[in-house]
Design a protein around this ligand. Structure first.
Ligand code: SF4
Ligand code: SF4
Length: 330
């Protein structure tokens, strides 16, 4: 099994394209913040135009279509086809499992690299408490339908103090479901989850649980990715925004390069009249340049409770860039 940190590369790019913010669920940790990102649903013409803005480097760019719930968009299938024409490196749809508008009837497995389902508990009780009634069943039936049609499926499990205790049931469950990739996410302090620090798990619990479970899932023949989160003081820190190109595009036209900035009007670009326009200072790019002993600047600004210090004032650990991932390939 390969167990490696995925280094940032200037030749790689990720485009997270929120085509709407509407959703049928209201998860307790939802990252959507309508005050900052609006409630617009982009027309298919606008989606095509905006994809075009990022198409120069399409061959190096992994595209994730998300929302809100992207399958609530009646023209999602046309967005997927357009991304295929533009030859993005990979195309993924992130879904909560409800698969509205018969999306699986309108695209074929060759159109898509992954259909990625969010599940936040191994049991119905835990998942539905976090994500809403019916969401557990929707994910199970959605994966079954997608697999019957030949789609590759992945799963995202967002770890919080509400569901970390069920992670040890996931190796068996994901094997049964026939998932190809498994992503563990750390609960981000944005959107709804920014209202409660209690959801975050401690460093000790994270380090005691996540690497071990990730290995057990990879032992089932599944590729597993999880965020590094904590770096030792000897580890080299890098801010992804200074090295790679990651874009988080919202339907009100805001374009961020750091997901932790999304709750603030700190976006570095905005799409205006179908053009990508750089924002004046001060914006997130001014923060990426700061070199601090704690690692991630945004973490220090909005989640200082994650940090611990020695008596002489040195941080006990650095916080990694939230985009830094550990990947286990069976
Ligand atoms: S499914 Fe996604 S967009 Fe919808 S409420 Fe849950 S986290 Fe938010
Ligand atoms: S999470 Fe921190 S390190 Fe990563 S891009 Fe944002 S500011 Fe940079």
């Amino acid at each position: 099994m390969q167990n490696q940190t995925v280094a940032f590369s200037k030749n790689s790019s990720n485009l997270f394209f929120h085509i709407l913010t509407k959703c049928n669920l209201s998860c307790s940790h939802c990252y959507i913040n309508k005050k900052q990102h609006g409630d617009r649903t982009l027309s298919i013409e606008t989606i095509r135009d905006w994809l075009g803005l990022f198409s120069q480097k399409a061959a190096q760019t992994n595209l994730v279509l998300l929302g809100g719930e992207p399958t609530l968009h009646p023209d999602l299938h046309l967005a997927v086809k357009e991304a295929g024409h533009l030859k993005f490196k990979s195309i993924t749809i992130d879904t909560n499992g409800f698969l509205f508008h018969d999306i699986l009837e309108k695209i074929i497995p060759d159109d898509l690299d992954f259909l990625s389902f969010s599940l936040d508990g191994a049991t119905q009780d835990t998942n539905d408490l976090i994500r809403g009634k019916g969401s557990y069943d929707a994910v199970f039936s959605g994966i079954q339908k997608a697999r019957e049609k030949g789609f590759s499926c992945s799963m995202i499990y967002t770890v919080s103090d509400k569901n970390i205790h069920e992670l040890d049931q996931m190796p068996t469950l994901v094997k049964k479901l026939g998932i190809d990739r498994f992503f563990i996410q750390v609960i981000g302090m944005r959107g709804e989850s920014s209202k409660s620090r209690a959801l975050q798990v401690s460093k000790d619990l994270w380090l005691k649980t996540i690497p071990e479970i990730a290995e057990k899932i990879a032992d089932q023949g599944i590729i597993v990715t999880y965020p590094k989160v904590f770096l030792s003081n000897d580890d080299q820190f890098q801010c992804a925004a200074n090295v790679a190109k990651n874009y988080f595009v919202f339907p009100n036209g805001r374009v961020y390069q750091c997901p932790i900035c999304e709750d603030f009007p700190l976006h570095s670009h905005e799409i205006r009249d179908n053009k990508l326009v750089a924002m004046p200072q001060i914006n997130e790019m001014d923060l990426f340049k700061l070199d601090i002993p704690e690692g991630c600047v945004m973490n220090k600004m909005i989640q200082p409770g994650n940090l611990a210090y020695e008596k002489d004032g040195r941080p006990r650990h650095k916080i990694a860039c939230c985009m830094l991932k550990q990947e286990l390939i069976p």
